[in-house]
Design a protein around this ligand. Sequence first.
Ligand code: TYC
Length: 101
Amino acid sequence: MSPTIAKPRTKTAPKTARPPLWKVILLNDDFTPREFVVQVLKAVFRLNESQSYRVMMTAHQKGACVIAVYTRDVAETKAKEATDLGKANGFPLYFTTEKEE
Ligand code: TYC
């Protein structure tokens, strides 16, 4: 009788590539009115009134607040759009992006 040869059956875990995500961060300043910040958060980031208010107050009290994460392109576009809205209205409102680790 011939010996039984076991075939190695190596399972390769399927890898689903996920794009890295980028945070959009709201920075505090001393000049932009609170209500204007809330309006921008609602318009650009689609947050509701209470989410916008909480994000605005966190930035106001701590200096910065992460709003949401997106793919790099979307994060950069939204940060620029929101910063430009402030600029167009004479405010130094600033949004930045940072890669999520
Ligand atoms: N600190 C501003 C004020 O007192 C309000 C403000 C909050 C501005 C958050 C920017 O990201 C900000 N009018």
